[in-house]
Design a protein around this ligand. Structure first.
Ligand code: ADP
Ligand code: MG
Length: 313
Protein backbone atom coordinates (compact mmCIF):
# COMPACT_ATOMS: atom_id res chain seq x y z
CA UNK A 1 0.00 0.00 0.00
CA UNK A 2 1.25 3.49 -0.84
CA UNK A 3 1.75 6.10 1.87
CA UNK A 4 -1.16 8.52 2.35
CA UNK A 5 0.63 11.49 0.78
CA UNK A 6 2.08 9.45 -2.10
CA UNK A 7 -1.42 8.21 -2.91
CA UNK A 8 -2.88 11.74 -2.82
CA UNK A 9 0.06 12.86 -5.02
CA UNK A 10 -0.85 10.18 -7.58
CA UNK A 11 -4.51 11.24 -7.54
CA UNK A 12 -3.45 14.84 -8.04
CA UNK A 13 -1.33 13.96 -11.08
CA UNK A 14 -4.15 11.91 -12.58
CA UNK A 15 -6.75 14.67 -12.00
CA UNK A 16 -5.16 18.05 -12.75
CA UNK A 17 -7.30 21.06 -11.81
CA UNK A 18 -9.38 22.59 -14.59
CA UNK A 19 -8.31 26.07 -15.71
CA UNK A 20 -9.10 28.73 -13.10
CA UNK A 21 -10.03 26.24 -10.35
CA UNK A 22 -7.82 25.24 -7.42
CA UNK A 23 -8.44 21.54 -6.92
CA UNK A 24 -6.46 18.98 -4.96
CA UNK A 25 -3.67 20.25 -2.71
CA UNK A 26 -5.13 22.82 -0.34
CA UNK A 27 -7.52 22.72 2.60
CA UNK A 28 -10.43 23.55 0.27
CA UNK A 29 -11.01 23.59 -3.45
CA UNK A 30 -11.49 27.16 -4.73
CA UNK A 31 -14.07 27.65 -7.47
CA UNK A 32 -14.46 31.23 -8.78
CA UNK A 33 -18.03 32.53 -9.30
CA UNK A 34 -19.31 35.39 -11.48
CA UNK A 35 -20.23 37.55 -8.48
CA UNK A 36 -16.79 38.45 -7.12
CA UNK A 37 -16.75 35.55 -4.67
CA UNK A 38 -15.02 32.17 -4.77
CA UNK A 39 -16.84 29.04 -3.59
CA UNK A 40 -14.84 26.91 -1.13
CA UNK A 41 -15.48 23.17 -0.76
CA UNK A 42 -13.91 20.57 1.49
CA UNK A 43 -14.80 17.06 2.55
CA UNK A 44 -13.58 14.98 5.48
CA UNK A 45 -14.38 11.51 6.70
CA UNK A 46 -14.44 10.11 10.24
CA UNK A 47 -14.34 6.35 10.69
CA UNK A 48 -15.05 4.44 13.91
CA UNK A 49 -11.86 2.79 15.14
CA UNK A 50 -9.64 5.18 13.16
CA UNK A 51 -10.84 8.62 14.26
CA UNK A 52 -12.88 7.77 17.32
CA UNK A 53 -13.82 4.95 19.67
CA UNK A 54 -17.58 4.78 20.00
CA UNK A 55 -17.53 3.83 23.67
CA UNK A 56 -15.23 6.71 24.63
CA UNK A 57 -16.78 9.67 22.81
CA UNK A 58 -20.39 10.65 23.48
CA UNK A 59 -22.64 10.96 20.41
CA UNK A 60 -23.05 14.69 21.19
CA UNK A 61 -19.28 15.17 21.18
CA UNK A 62 -18.95 13.16 17.96
CA UNK A 63 -21.57 15.30 16.21
CA UNK A 64 -19.77 18.46 17.32
CA UNK A 65 -16.35 17.13 16.39
CA UNK A 66 -17.43 15.90 12.96
CA UNK A 67 -18.60 19.44 12.21
CA UNK A 68 -15.49 20.99 13.76
CA UNK A 69 -12.91 19.06 11.73
CA UNK A 70 -14.71 20.07 8.56
CA UNK A 71 -15.34 23.75 9.28
CA UNK A 72 -11.67 24.02 10.26
CA UNK A 73 -10.79 23.66 6.55
CA UNK A 74 -12.95 26.71 5.74
CA UNK A 75 -11.20 28.55 8.60
CA UNK A 76 -7.87 27.47 7.06
CA UNK A 77 -8.65 29.48 3.91
CA UNK A 78 -9.98 32.50 5.81
CA UNK A 79 -13.41 31.71 4.37
CA UNK A 80 -17.05 32.22 5.39
CA UNK A 81 -19.14 29.03 5.74
CA UNK A 82 -22.37 28.72 3.76
CA UNK A 83 -23.63 25.17 4.29
CA UNK A 84 -22.87 21.50 4.75
CA UNK A 85 -23.86 17.98 3.68
CA UNK A 86 -23.80 15.00 6.02
CA UNK A 87 -23.39 11.40 4.82
CA UNK A 88 -23.74 8.67 7.43
CA UNK A 89 -23.13 4.91 7.38
CA UNK A 90 -24.70 3.56 10.57
CA UNK A 91 -24.86 0.04 12.01
CA UNK A 92 -28.46 -1.18 12.40
CA UNK A 93 -27.93 -1.83 16.11
CA UNK A 94 -27.48 1.89 16.95
CA UNK A 95 -30.24 3.19 19.20
CA UNK A 96 -32.23 6.31 18.40
CA UNK A 97 -30.89 8.16 21.47
CA UNK A 98 -27.45 7.90 19.90
CA UNK A 99 -28.75 9.39 16.65
CA UNK A 100 -30.61 12.20 18.44
CA UNK A 101 -27.58 13.15 20.50
CA UNK A 102 -25.28 13.04 17.44
CA UNK A 103 -27.64 15.42 15.62
CA UNK A 104 -27.82 17.70 18.66
CA UNK A 105 -24.00 18.03 18.66
CA UNK A 106 -23.90 18.63 14.91
CA UNK A 107 -26.78 21.10 15.19
CA UNK A 108 -25.05 23.09 17.92
CA UNK A 109 -21.80 23.54 16.02
CA UNK A 110 -23.48 24.16 12.67
CA UNK A 111 -25.61 26.92 14.23
CA UNK A 112 -22.73 28.44 16.16
CA UNK A 113 -20.36 28.50 13.17
CA UNK A 114 -23.08 29.13 10.57
CA UNK A 115 -22.96 26.11 8.25
CA UNK A 116 -26.58 24.90 8.01
CA UNK A 117 -27.16 21.32 6.94
CA UNK A 118 -28.46 21.29 3.35
CA UNK A 119 -28.47 17.59 2.53
CA UNK A 120 -26.61 14.33 2.81
CA UNK A 121 -27.07 10.60 2.55
CA UNK A 122 -27.84 7.79 4.98
CA UNK A 123 -27.07 4.12 4.64
CA UNK A 124 -26.54 1.01 6.73
CA UNK A 125 -23.05 -0.11 7.70
CA UNK A 126 -22.24 -3.79 8.30
CA UNK A 127 -19.84 -2.79 11.06
CA UNK A 128 -18.83 0.54 12.56
CA UNK A 129 -19.93 4.14 12.03
CA UNK A 130 -18.73 6.19 9.06
CA UNK A 131 -19.32 9.96 8.86
CA UNK A 132 -18.49 12.00 5.77
CA UNK A 133 -19.16 15.72 5.77
CA UNK A 134 -18.81 18.23 2.96
CA UNK A 135 -18.66 21.89 3.89
CA UNK A 136 -19.20 24.81 1.57
CA UNK A 137 -17.95 28.33 2.07
CA UNK A 138 -17.05 31.48 0.25
CA UNK A 139 -14.28 34.06 0.17
CA UNK A 140 -13.83 37.29 -1.80
CA UNK A 141 -12.29 36.33 -5.18
CA UNK A 142 -8.57 35.58 -4.87
CA UNK A 143 -8.44 36.39 -1.15
CA UNK A 144 -8.32 32.83 0.27
CA UNK A 145 -5.08 32.05 2.06
CA UNK A 146 -3.36 29.10 0.40
CA UNK A 147 -0.56 26.71 1.28
CA UNK A 148 1.58 27.55 -1.77
CA UNK A 149 2.06 31.27 -1.24
CA UNK A 150 4.57 31.45 1.64
CA UNK A 151 7.67 33.54 0.94
CA UNK A 152 11.26 33.03 2.12
CA UNK A 153 11.84 35.18 5.21
CA UNK A 154 8.18 35.00 6.33
CA UNK A 155 7.64 34.42 10.04
CA UNK A 156 5.85 31.15 10.86
CA UNK A 157 3.04 31.65 13.38
CA UNK A 158 0.37 29.58 15.13
CA UNK A 159 -2.81 30.51 16.98
CA UNK A 160 -3.56 29.11 20.45
CA UNK A 161 -1.57 26.31 22.05
CA UNK A 162 -0.47 23.01 20.49
CA UNK A 163 -0.65 19.43 21.76
CA UNK A 164 -3.64 19.81 24.08
CA UNK A 165 -5.80 17.51 22.01
CA UNK A 166 -3.05 14.87 21.79
CA UNK A 167 -2.55 15.03 25.56
CA UNK A 168 -6.33 14.65 26.01
CA UNK A 169 -6.27 11.58 23.75
CA UNK A 170 -3.40 10.12 25.76
CA UNK A 171 -5.39 10.63 28.97
CA UNK A 172 -8.39 8.86 27.41
CA UNK A 173 -6.46 5.92 25.93
CA UNK A 174 -4.40 5.30 29.07
CA UNK A 175 -7.42 5.74 31.35
CA UNK A 176 -5.51 8.32 33.40
CA UNK A 177 -7.16 9.78 36.50
CA UNK A 178 -9.38 12.77 35.75
CA UNK A 179 -8.29 16.10 37.18
CA UNK A 180 -9.04 19.70 36.22
CA UNK A 181 -6.10 19.52 33.75
CA UNK A 182 -7.03 16.22 32.14
CA UNK A 183 -10.69 17.29 31.81
CA UNK A 184 -9.63 20.50 30.03
CA UNK A 185 -7.37 18.56 27.63
CA UNK A 186 -10.03 15.93 26.96
CA UNK A 187 -12.44 18.78 26.26
CA UNK A 188 -10.08 20.12 23.61
CA UNK A 189 -9.91 16.66 22.06
CA UNK A 190 -13.65 16.02 21.96
CA UNK A 191 -15.03 19.54 21.48
CA UNK A 192 -12.47 21.43 19.38
CA UNK A 193 -13.22 25.06 18.52
CA UNK A 194 -11.89 25.87 15.03
CA UNK A 195 -10.49 29.38 14.51
CA UNK A 196 -13.04 30.62 12.01
CA UNK A 197 -13.11 34.33 12.85
CA UNK A 198 -9.34 34.37 13.38
CA UNK A 199 -8.89 32.86 9.89
CA UNK A 200 -11.17 35.51 8.39
CA UNK A 201 -9.26 38.29 10.17
CA UNK A 202 -5.91 36.88 9.03
CA UNK A 203 -7.09 36.67 5.40
CA UNK A 204 -7.94 40.38 5.62
CA UNK A 205 -4.60 41.31 7.26
CA UNK A 206 -1.86 42.77 5.05
CA UNK A 207 1.32 40.68 4.78
CA UNK A 208 -0.21 37.30 5.69
CA UNK A 209 0.85 35.01 2.83
CA UNK A 210 0.00 31.36 3.51
CA UNK A 211 -2.24 29.48 5.92
CA UNK A 212 -3.58 26.02 6.76
CA UNK A 213 -5.23 24.40 9.74
CA UNK A 214 -3.30 22.09 12.05
CA UNK A 215 -4.97 18.70 11.84
CA UNK A 216 -1.99 16.32 11.85
CA UNK A 217 0.53 18.27 13.99
CA UNK A 218 2.91 20.86 12.55
CA UNK A 219 5.61 18.15 12.17
CA UNK A 220 3.46 17.07 9.23
CA UNK A 221 1.38 20.14 8.38
CA UNK A 222 4.25 22.62 8.07
CA UNK A 223 5.79 20.30 5.48
CA UNK A 224 2.73 20.89 3.29
CA UNK A 225 3.29 24.66 3.30
CA UNK A 226 7.02 24.03 2.59
CA UNK A 227 6.38 21.64 -0.28
CA UNK A 228 3.59 23.65 -1.87
CA UNK A 229 5.60 26.89 -1.60
CA UNK A 230 8.93 25.27 -2.62
CA UNK A 231 10.59 26.46 0.59
CA UNK A 232 12.09 25.19 3.84
CA UNK A 233 11.53 26.19 7.44
CA UNK A 234 13.37 26.70 10.67
CA UNK A 235 11.29 26.25 13.83
CA UNK A 236 12.46 26.95 17.36
CA UNK A 237 10.89 24.16 19.41
CA UNK A 238 11.37 26.28 22.55
CA UNK A 239 8.93 28.83 21.12
CA UNK A 240 6.07 26.33 20.61
CA UNK A 241 3.09 27.58 22.67
CA UNK A 242 2.06 25.03 25.30
CA UNK A 243 -0.88 25.39 27.66
CA UNK A 244 -0.46 25.26 31.42
CA UNK A 245 -2.75 22.21 31.53
CA UNK A 246 -0.63 20.37 28.97
CA UNK A 247 2.65 21.18 30.69
CA UNK A 248 1.25 20.06 34.06
CA UNK A 249 -0.14 16.89 32.46
CA UNK A 250 3.25 16.02 30.91
CA UNK A 251 5.07 16.66 34.18
CA UNK A 252 2.63 14.42 36.07
CA UNK A 253 2.56 11.51 33.58
CA UNK A 254 6.04 11.67 32.03
CA UNK A 255 4.96 12.61 28.49
CA UNK A 256 7.08 14.74 26.14
CA UNK A 257 5.21 18.04 25.62
CA UNK A 258 7.13 18.95 22.46
CA UNK A 259 6.38 15.61 20.85
CA UNK A 260 2.69 15.94 21.66
CA UNK A 261 2.69 19.50 20.31
CA UNK A 262 4.49 18.73 17.04
CA UNK A 263 3.36 15.18 16.29
CA UNK A 264 -0.04 14.97 17.91
CA UNK A 265 -2.90 15.93 15.65
CA UNK A 266 -6.33 17.48 15.97
CA UNK A 267 -5.47 20.85 17.45
CA UNK A 268 -7.45 22.69 14.73
CA UNK A 269 -5.40 25.80 15.35
CA UNK A 270 -4.13 27.86 12.40
CA UNK A 271 -0.59 27.76 11.01
CA UNK A 272 0.28 30.80 8.90
CA UNK A 273 3.17 32.80 7.51
CA UNK A 274 3.48 36.58 7.56
CA UNK A 275 6.10 39.02 6.34
CA UNK A 276 8.14 40.25 9.34
CA UNK A 277 7.18 43.95 9.11
CA UNK A 278 3.44 43.11 9.17
CA UNK A 279 3.56 40.72 12.14
CA UNK A 280 3.47 43.39 14.90
CA UNK A 281 0.20 44.78 13.43
CA UNK A 282 -1.71 41.48 13.51
CA UNK A 283 -4.81 41.68 15.71
CA UNK A 284 -5.23 37.90 16.00
CA UNK A 285 -3.44 36.45 19.07
CA UNK A 286 -0.61 34.23 17.85
CA UNK A 287 2.92 32.98 18.59
CA UNK A 288 5.90 33.26 16.24
CA UNK A 289 7.65 29.87 16.10
CA UNK A 290 10.08 30.18 13.19
CA UNK A 291 10.96 31.42 9.71
CA UNK A 292 10.43 30.19 6.15
CA UNK A 293 13.78 29.61 4.44
CA UNK A 294 15.07 29.14 0.88
CA UNK A 295 16.51 25.67 1.65
CA UNK A 296 13.91 22.94 1.29
CA UNK A 297 14.65 21.35 4.68
CA UNK A 298 12.82 21.54 7.99
CA UNK A 299 15.19 22.39 10.86
CA UNK A 300 14.05 22.09 14.49
CA UNK A 301 16.16 24.50 16.51
CA UNK A 302 16.64 23.42 20.13
CA UNK A 303 16.10 19.69 19.51
CA UNK A 304 17.87 16.69 17.92
CA UNK A 305 14.63 14.89 17.09
CA UNK A 306 13.10 14.98 13.58
CA UNK A 307 9.42 15.41 14.43
CA UNK A 308 7.05 14.01 11.85
CA UNK A 309 3.37 14.41 12.66
CA UNK A 310 0.49 12.04 12.12
CA UNK A 311 0.00 9.96 8.95
CA UNK A 312 -2.98 7.72 8.35
CA UNK A 313 -0.89 5.14 6.44
P1 ADP B 1 -6.95 18.21 5.17
O1 ADP B 1 -6.17 17.55 6.27
O2 ADP B 1 -6.85 19.69 5.14
O3 ADP B 1 -8.38 17.73 5.12
P2 ADP B 1 -5.82 16.26 3.42
O4 ADP B 1 -4.40 16.05 3.87
O5 ADP B 1 -6.87 15.29 3.83
O6 ADP B 1 -6.28 17.75 3.81
O7 ADP B 1 -5.83 16.35 1.85
C1 ADP B 1 -4.91 17.12 1.14
C2 ADP B 1 -5.48 17.44 -0.23
O8 ADP B 1 -5.71 16.24 -0.96
C3 ADP B 1 -6.81 18.17 -0.18
O9 ADP B 1 -6.82 19.14 -1.23
C4 ADP B 1 -7.82 17.08 -0.44
O10 ADP B 1 -8.98 17.57 -1.09
C5 ADP B 1 -7.05 16.15 -1.38
N1 ADP B 1 -7.47 14.74 -1.25
C6 ADP B 1 -7.31 13.90 -0.19
N2 ADP B 1 -7.80 12.67 -0.47
C7 ADP B 1 -8.32 12.73 -1.72
C8 ADP B 1 -9.00 11.79 -2.56
N3 ADP B 1 -9.24 10.54 -2.16
N4 ADP B 1 -9.39 12.22 -3.78
C9 ADP B 1 -9.15 13.49 -4.19
N5 ADP B 1 -8.52 14.41 -3.46
C10 ADP B 1 -8.09 14.06 -2.23
MG1 MG C 1 -6.90 21.16 6.57
Amino acid sequence: MKGEFEFIGDIRKAFPSPQGITGIGDDCAIIPQQNGWDTLVSTDILVEGTHFLKDDITPYQLGWKAGAVNISDIAAMGGYPTGSFLALALPKKLDSDWENEFLRGYGDISREYGFPLLGGDTTASPDGIGICITVLGKAPHGKSLRRNTAKAGDLICVTGTLGDSAAGLEAILKGLPRSRETEALIGRHYLPRPRLTEGQQLAASPGVHAMMDISDGIGSDLRHIMEESGLGAEVDVRAIPLSEEMTAFCAAFGSDPVRLALEGGEDYELLFTVQPDSEPDLKVPHTVIGTMTKETTLVWKGSDIDYCGYRHF
